[in-house]
Design a protein around this ligand. Structure first.
Ligand SMILES: Cc1cc2nc3c(=O)[nH]c(=O)nc-3n(C[C@H](O)[C@H](O)[C@H](O)COP(=O)(O)OP(=O)(O)OC[C@H]3O[C@@H](n4cnc5c(N)ncnc54)[C@H](O)[C@@H]3O)c2cc1C
Length: 433
């Protein structure tokens, strides 16, 4: 096939989501009970939950709502841990802290879908379930053990065997899958914009094009310095994700960057659509090279590809099609209509957390590749704490932990993903997989 570049480097969500009213930049001297830095799901969910209860909120977003990882994401709602297990989290965090975090993760899908329904947010929400398949010969046993580990907390997980996985997904090579009925898919940019609209309607003051330049102490609270003014607030939530380290020194070098390319194909031909994810669930596998697919509302397949150099790969269309052909039971070459680059910021241990920085100063450090659900529910938890309904110790709280050897370590996630993909393709070509 001839390789064509996608029409534009833009996300399919930008094309599908109607252009929002642009919010003003913040100017002059502002005051708020709570100031929030960052307009992704974490910041906007916190703003919405606080505004629902009448607390005075001001939120500044450097660009536009959803411009960060939220709007770049695939919109998979996966109420799951990433590359770790409940028992490993229990061992690391202890019974108390782990059970609070695990309960939040377990509840995160239902919470997200309920929230958008309650607020009538039009974001193509599809609560059809999340499928996490696995390839190894021992997959059935491994996944049965994962379900057993979740059992004290949730009963909404089940295992699909090889035959059922093929029927559910239209993908080959998987031996078993974890099926989570509380997951699904969402248009993440429409979600961010919808959260902003609802928070604003409930009284939150929201600003776009307003980067927080500096954060410092002020009498009785904190001061955020902006290009044309400042906000003084008793409490501040830092929710700038990959940019958190630029806002507070303690957060520098605490998260690893992971550039990922997302693409959306042309709408699938009927023959493919009938076989690939006929139930419209979202799929992200549990392999090292992470294969993920889901549909947009107009029937395009969204899938990801590792970015080995931080940019869009050469011959992207050919590479994506090769991967789809290797995995899907039915395939014909697909045009790539949209391609975009996102930057995830992952904790080294992949465990989502809220970081206590100082009195009245908290940060969300929860981007673990499953952040849409978990960061939204963390917004609810932060709001509950700020409103006095929760004690700090009841949040999944942790200290800022700089990653040792950060200058080298920051390349590891990107290299691991690209190497795993290369290794799998090589094995396939040699007939070993
Ligand atoms: C390519 C990609 C695909 C992904 N796919 C999925 C998926 O399918 N499902 C899933 O659950 N998760 C996914 N994730 C992870 C998920 O998107 C994130 O965990 C989640 O969106 C993070 O939300 P957030 O609000 O913490 O951060 P962000 O959405 O990154 O928001 C932070 C905001 O802060 C703003 N900001 C930065 N600096 C400043 C400043 N100085 N002042 C003011 N504002 C500032 C940014 O512009 C940005 O809008 C994906 C991530 C990427 C990158």
């Amino acid at each position: 096939m001839t390789d064509r570049s996608p029409a534009r480097e833009m996300s399919v969500w930008e094309a599908l989501t109607s252009a929002p009213a642009r919010r003003p930049t913040a100017r002059g001297q502002l005051e708020a009970d709570v100031a929030i830095i960052g307009g992704g799901v974490a910041g906007l969910s916190t703003a919405l939950h606080l505004s629902e209860r009448g607390m005075g909120v001001a939120l500044v977003e450097a660009q536009s709502f959803g411009a960060g990882a939220t709007g770049a994401s695939a919109g998979v709602v996966a109420p799951q841990l990433t590359k770790t297990t409940p028992d490993a989290v229990r061992k690391k965090l202890g019974e108390d802290r782990s059970s609070r975090l695990l309960r939040l993760i377990a509840e995160s899908g239902t919470h997200l879908f309920d929230l958008v329904a309650r607020h009538h947010i039009d974001c193509a929400a599809v609560p059809a379930g999340f499928i996490a398949p696995r390839m190894g010969a021992n997959s059935l046993t491994v996944l049965q053990d994962v379900v057993r580990q979740w059992a004290p907390i949730r009963t909404d997980l089940r295992i699909a065997d090889m035959e059922e996985v093929t029927a559910l997904t239209g993908c080959r090579g998987y031996r078993a899958a974890l099926v989570d009925s509380t997951g699904g898919g969402i248009d993440p940019l429409a979600l961010a914009r919808g959260l902003a609209d609802r928070a604003e309607a409930l009284g939150a003051r929201l600003y776009e094009g307003t980067p927080a330049l500096q954060l410092g102490r002020a009498p009785g609270g904190w001061k955020i310095v902006l290009p044309d003014g400042e906000i003084v607030a008793r409490r501040v939530i830092v929710a700038a994700n990959a940019s958190n380290g630029g806002i507070h020194r303690a957060l520098r070098g605490t998260m690893l960057p992971l550039p990922v390319v997302e693409v959306a194909t042309e709408p699938l031909p009927a023959a493919m659509r009938a076989r690939i994810l006929p139930g419209n669930q979202a799929l992200t596998d549990l392999e090292l090279d992470v294969f993920s697919i889901r549909y947009t509302i107009d029937g395009r397949l969204v899938t990801a590809f590792p970015s080995s150099n931080g940019g869009l790969p050469e011959e992207l269309e050919e590479k994506i099609n090769r991967r789809l052909e290797e995995t899907l039971v039915v395939h014909q070459p697909l045009r790539i209509d949209y391609a975009w680059l996102g930057q995830a910021a992952v904790n080294a241990d992949l465990i989502p957390r809220i970081v206590r920085l100082d009195e009245g100063l908290l940060a969300v450090q929860a981007c673990n590749g499953r952040g849409l659900g978990i960061n939204t529910i963390l917004g609810r938890e932060l709001a509950a704490y700020l409103l006095g309904d929760r004690k700090l110790a009841q949040l999944p709280i942790a200290d800022a932990r700089p990653i040792s050897g950060f200058l080298l370590a920051r390349h590891i996630p990107r290299m691991l993903l690209a190497t795993a993909l290369f290794a799998k393709q090589l094995r396939r070509r040699l007939g070993m997989a």
